[in-house]
Design a protein around this ligand. Structure first.
Ligand SMILES: *[C@@H]1O[C@H](CO)[C@@H](O)[C@H](O)[C@H]1NC(C)=O
Ligand SMILES: *[C@@H]1O[C@H](CO)[C@@H](O)[C@H](O)[C@H]1NC(C)=O
Ligand SMILES: *[C@@H]1O[C@H](CO)[C@@H](O)[C@H](O)[C@H]1NC(C)=O
Ligand SMILES: *[C@@H]1O[C@H](CO)[C@@H](O)[C@H](O)[C@H]1NC(C)=O
Ligand SMILES: *[C@@H]1O[C@H](CO)[C@@H](O)[C@H](O)[C@H]1NC(C)=O
Ligand SMILES: *[C@@H]1O[C@H](CO)[C@@H](O)[C@H](O)[C@H]1NC(C)=O
Length: 451
């Protein structure tokens, strides 16, 4: 035991004293629990493009004298190749952050991430007024801080930087509201991720007020406290550039009659795991990707002329959805439903369909029901899961067998198409037989008599 600990200490993996580890191939440096004594270890991170700092006590440096930098220090910061910095498991005094952040203007750091951090107190952001920062992407996950309301002054000091920020994430941080003013500052923001918070219908309406996030293209509201489809639609209505909206894992309710129109720019819509038992209306008109997996849908009948990808896995569908009015569809996911038949004549109508997955359904293999699957598999259009996850559920003598192994004999199945020609053939044979019978009567009769 002691030997093992000594060995690990020797390898620098279990030091009480913090230090940095640099991986040259990945240009990645990770520092644990840096203290005043081990701060020198940072030197080895200088050639890294990504640097992480985990643990340690930043609050000790609150009173550290941070003066303006001399030209050689500025040159040094300029020459660093660091593009991304991650701070984790830290208590961050905002005063310190405000004093340090301005030095980032001399670097080329584009991404800043704070994970499991607690922001303490309030900093004086006045010095940041008019300062531009190279940071384009700012992520906070599992952080706590003083409320954001009533901080208009701080926001305006930071505004010349925030006006250029493109990507902001504040996830898993119990956020209940984002004031309207914030959105008006983020004029260039393309992507906003506020997943795993406690945003409700009401607060959403205030967040996306007039003039907020005018360039926003991607918005994730995954796993919040949203309930009204109509109200979400109303809230995001002003986002003219919105292309991708993720509402997954909220418990949405159908509103009796919603007349709200979604932004026409919307292409990707995620309603996965939202407790739906019917398709909500209206759907955004120009959708290309619609994810309604993990719901309680019994039937789906949609008509979206641009739709390319439809995800309906983990629902209660008993039949292949009506998708004839989605002519552009190339991808269809139907895994884990209650579908008994995937008939070929249904599927072949969609000429662009290239990628189908429908594993984990209780197929009826008594007739052509699973024939579509065999044809799709033959064309190489069935995704992973074929053949092992496609099994017959009925009739009893096929139960548990792979759909692949069922002989889909046309004679057995498509009765209308098969019986007619068979009748004609029989009829012709019958006529021929009758002619023969007449012509060869004597010979025919003779054996009978003999017998
Ligand atoms: C650096 O990262 C690569 C890729 O993950 C890994 O294979 C290698 O072992 C790492 N090197 C060190 C010294 O940790
Ligand atoms: C979230 O951050 C706190 C510290 O603020 C930490 O104790 C906790 O373990 C973190 N939770 C997760 C899931 O990372
Ligand atoms: C979610 O919203 C409901 C009302 O819509 C409210 O009663 C509840 O407290 C909210 N939950 C959270 C975690 O904010
Ligand atoms: C929808 O969101 C879920 C998580 O809630 C995710 O797993 C899934 O990949 C998303 N779908 C699309 C099409 O992005
Ligand atoms: C279908 O269900 C099985 C078993 O519960 C699960 O392993 C699989 O991931 C599911 N597939 C999809 C696409 O949801
Ligand atoms: C399976 O399909 C056959 C022929 O279409 C039908 O007669 C039978 O009732 C179906 N069985 C089940 C369990 O749906």
């Amino acid at each position: 035991m002691n030997v093992a600990v000594l060995l690990l200490l020797g390898l620098g993996l279990l030091e009480a004293e913090g230090r940095c580890f640099f991986n040259r191939t990945q240009e990645h440096c990770v520092c644990y629990r840096l203290s005043q004594e081990s701060l020198g270890s940072i030197i080895q991170c200088l050639p890294a493009s990504v640097v992480e700092f985990w643990g340690g006590e930043l609050e000790r440096y609150i009173d550290f004298p941070i003066n303006d930098l001399d030209p050689s220090a500025i040159d040094m910061l300029h020459s660093l190749v660091i593009r991304k910095i991650i701070f984790g498991d830290l208590l961050v005094p905002e005063i310190l952050l405000a004093r340090v952040l301005r030095f980032f203007s001399y670097t080329q750091v584009q991404e800043l991430v704070f994970e499991s951090c607690v922001f303490e107190g309030r900093g004086n952001w006045g010095e940041m007024a008019g300062k531009d920062l190279p940071i384009l992407s700012l992520h906070f996950h599992n952080v706590t801080s003083a409320p954001l309301t009533g901080r208009e002054q701080d926001l305006s000091s930071l505004s010349s930087w925030m006006e250029t920020l493109q990507d902001l994430a504040v996830t898993g941080s119990h956020v209940t509201s984002l004031p309207c003013d914030i959105g008006r500052v983020f004029r260039a923001l393309r992507s906003l991720d506020v997943a795993q918070n406690s945003l409700g219908d009401e607060s959403l309406m205030a967040t996306f007020c007039k003039g907020a996030f005018p360039q926003l293209q991607v918005l994730s509201l995954q796993r919040n406290n949203l309930t009204s489809y109509h109200s979400v639609c109303k809230s995001v209505q002003l986002l003219r550039e919105l292309q991708h909206l993720d509402l997954s894992q909220n418990k949405l309710m159908a509103d009796p009659s919603s007349s709200c129109q979604w932004p026409v720019s919307l292409r990707i819509f995620n309603l996965s795991g939202t407790g739906l038992d019917e398709v909500l209306t209206p759907l955004p008109r120009s959708l290309e990707v619609l994810d309604m997996s993990c719901n309680h849908l019994h039937a789906v009948d949609i008509s979206l002329s641009s739709l390319k990808k439809l995800f309906l896995s983990q629902n209660m569908l008993q039949a292949v959805p009506s998708i004839r009015n989605c002519p552009m569809l190339d991808t269809l996911r139907l895994d884990n439903n209650s579908i008994t038949e995937l008939p070929w004549d249904e599927v072949k109508l969609l000429e662009h369909l290239r990628d189908v997955a429908a594993a984990g359904n209780p197929y009826n293999c008594s007739c052509s029901g699973a024939g579509g699957l065999q044809v799709l598999a033959g064309m190489g259009h069935l995704g992973q899961g074929w053949p092992q996850d496609y099994r017959c559920h009925s009739p009893p003598h096929y139960q548990g067998r792979l759909v692949k192994d069922v002989p889909v004999s046309v004679l057995q199945c498509n009765s209308a198409a098969v019986i007619a020609p068979v009748c004609i053939v029989l009829l012709l044979l019958g006529m021929a037989g009758a002619v023969c019978l007449v012509r060869s009567r004597p010979r025919l009769i003779r054996p009978c008599c003999r017998a």
